[in-house]
Design a protein around this ligand. Sequence first.
Ligand SMILES: N[C@H](CCC[C@H](N)C(=O)O)C(=O)O
Length: 289
Amino acid sequence: MNALSNRPFLKMNGLGNEIVVLDLRETGHVVTPAEARAIAGDARSHFDQLMVLHAPKTPGTDAFMRIYNTDGSESAACGNGTRCVAWALLKDGTRDSLALETRAGLLPCRRVDATTFTVDMGPPRLKWDEIPLAEEFRDTRMIELQIGPIDAPILHSPSVVNMGNPHAIFWVEDASAYDLARIGPLLENHPIFPERANISLAEVRSEEHLVLKVWERGAGLTRACGSAACAAAVAAARKGRTGRRVRVTLPGGDLLIDWRESDGHVLMTGPVELEWEGRFAPELFAGAA
Ligand SMILES: N[C@H](CCC[C@H](N)C(=O)O)C(=O)O
């Protein structure tokens, strides 16, 4: 019998970003890519990201998280999923803050109200080899991509930011003018991104407002991507196009992003929703190693 058979899970969403939360803190089991794909392949437990909780590694933290995309690949950051985990661990109401950890670092979380949470996503990493990029660019506010005839020239000059995962932000006048489902996979897998990248189309509506559509590495089009909202806010502020506090509108709704002046950390605030609780049917893992 597979270690995940009959395990309880939470199906949640963070602004429409489909999230499954799986608590394995009391087992040593590490989900394999094949198991993650099997979970994603079932309608009841389909996800954009699977957030798996493991026993804490650092004193003072509540859990170490591994984060899986639909294709079974791993990410070290997921803003919307982190809010969902914060909800799940704080729902008994005895505390209103906690700290989570991924291989990218610590993520302090705070409850704002019953369904709204703020996550400290840490400082952005901005050097070319931290994104990472395959070749040196001294200024990551705008890099030049050599690409075939994808679309308009503007899609050749993204800003790049690492928020625990790699992001490329393409500045556009009208995101709906682009077929992101077609160009997303080409850009995600461009050789300049040795670890692939999450691809955003961003409109600057005002000094306090961005509109974003995201093609996610390993998951495709999603209704929201928290780390992309953080990355776009940082990139817009670095370009002088917005201040350090912005509202970011995604297809699923709005996130508030604050690139805190005092320590350079990025704070993300937004909602969570519990959809249902389930258990993994043993048949799910029949073919999964
Ligand atoms: N949806 C997530 C990000 C997933 C990133 C993942 N697609 C990757 O970097 O591999 C968020 O809310 O931040």
